[in-house]
Design a protein around this ligand. Structure first.
Ligand code: 3PG
Ligand code: MG
Length: 398
């Protein structure tokens, strides 16, 4: 069944639970270090509020026991500033306090309910039917007329606030969810030649994206960068030196070297590996040809080199579509920012450009690169879509 969207929802005067993903990095003082995810949901929330909905915002922040496990008061303040409508905060999620806060909303007003993960069932995995029979859904659903899921970035979690409500309420995809599904599940319909850029430090995810794209004929080229490139170079027998080799093995990425070797054997023509890399030497960036590896002593391979950036830019200049997943190096360090800045800059000029989320989106904001057609708000959720894996929250809406 097709997923219903806000186009199908008569929102006026109705109490609508809107699940968003505003899980954000926090400052040491507990403030929001980055509000990109809040800004992403403004369209959905503003549209509902302008239609005179009474909006109850549901969201998580952090993980139980983690440093960023926090109340949503600051998030509510920030949404209040971002939206023309009044946004309040309620320190309850599904108790009488929460139901009363929803009941008290006037049309065109919103309340941010407390962090869903303050309550233990929300950090468990349930099938939708069972998720509907949890304290959260059971307690809050009676106060709501409808449910909107806009939390694409959490759609890979089968948790009550994400999969339970569609069992008991008319349910709809929000605008973020809709745009993400359109862009990330529509890759096969984009024009070719199609190039994937894989990188970052989450090697298993990136190798999976590359393997899926190659084995399904989605990728004409795969440009390999980041720690992923180190793993592929190791698969060709390059000695990366002690530091980079230890990094791979400390994370148990040894099996990824074997997967990389298999991919190279099957898809050698499509896979592009770095011809040079960058290390830090005497406090400066030092580029080495991959033929000149290993680097000296404890030097670690932290970026692709400029000849590689040029070669990759040539491939991108001939591409009609690019799918980018993961930065090219340790871009947070100025010494190792060139690879990511160069490759992302070239990718942003491709006619159709889609960017997976997480660290990739953070790098784009850092370098202020504009011109990408779609920058995902999701990390794991985007990987799932790019590899045709399950998204339980989307299945629940369907
Ligand atoms: C994310 O930041 O990846 C999403 O908000 C999901 O959070 P989680 O990985 O803690 O489930
Ligand atoms: Mg996460």
């Amino acid at each position: 069944m097709a997923i219903r969207t806000l186009d199908d929802l008569a929102a006026a005067n109705r109490a609508i639970g809107v699940r968003v993903d505003i899980n954000s990095p926090l400052t040491a003082a507990g403030g929001l270090a980055d509000d990109a995810r809040l800004r992403a949901h403004v369209d959905t929330l503003a549209e509902l509020l302008a239609a005179d909905a009474r909006v109850a915002v549901l969201a998580h922040q952090g993980r139980p026991g983690g440093d960023e496990f926090a109340r949503l008061e600051r998030h509510a303040d920030r949404l209040d500033a971002l939206l023309d409508a009044p946004v309040s905060y309620c320190d309850a999620t599904f108790s009488t306090g929460a139901r009363d806060a929803v009941a008290d909303l006037a049309p065109g007003e919103a309340v941010v309910l407390e962090n869903t993960r303050f309550y233990s069932e929300e950090y468990m995995t349930f099938a939708p039917e069972r998720a509907a029979d949890t304290a959260l859904v059971d307690g809050l659903a009676p106060a709501l007329d409808a449910y909107v899921n806009d939390a694409f970035a959490a759609a890979h979690r089968s948790q009550p606030s994400l999969v339970g409500f569609p069992e008991v309420l008319p349910s709809y995809a929000g605008r973020v969810m809709e745009a993400e599904l359109d862009a990330l599940s529509g890759v096969a319909d984009t024009p070719t030649p199609r190039t994937y850029v894989v990188g970052g430090a989450k090697v298993p995810d990136s190798v999976e994206v590359a393997a899926h794209a190659l084995s399904h004929g989605l990728a004409d080229n795969v440009l390999v960068t980041g720690v992923v490139a180190n793993v592929f170079l190791a698969a060709t027998g390059v000695d990366l030196g002690r530091a980079s080799t230890d990094f791979i093995h400390e994370r148990d990425y040894g099996t990824e070297i074997a997967r990389a070797a298999d991919l190279l054997a099957a898809h050698n023509d499509a896979l592009h590996l770095p011809v040079d890399v960058a290390v830090e030497r005497d406090g400066a960036r030092c580029e080495l040809s991959t033929d000149a590896l290993p680097p000296a002593g404890d030097e670690a391979v932290c970026d692709i080199g400029s000849d590689t950036v040029d070669a990759y830019a040539d491939v991108l200049a001939d591409s009609e579509t690019v799918v980018v997943n993961g930065p090219a190096g340790v871009f947070e360090d100025d010494l190792f920012a060139d690879g990511t800045r160069g490759v992302f800059g070239a990718a942003s000029e491709v006619e159709h450009s889609i960017v997976g989320g997480g660290d990739t989106a953070a790098a784009i904001r850092r370098f202020d690169i504009t011109g990408f057609d779609h920058v995902s708000t999701g990390g794991g959720a985007a990987i799932n879509l790019l590899t045709d894996a399950d998204l339980p929250a989307v299945a629940a809406l369907r």
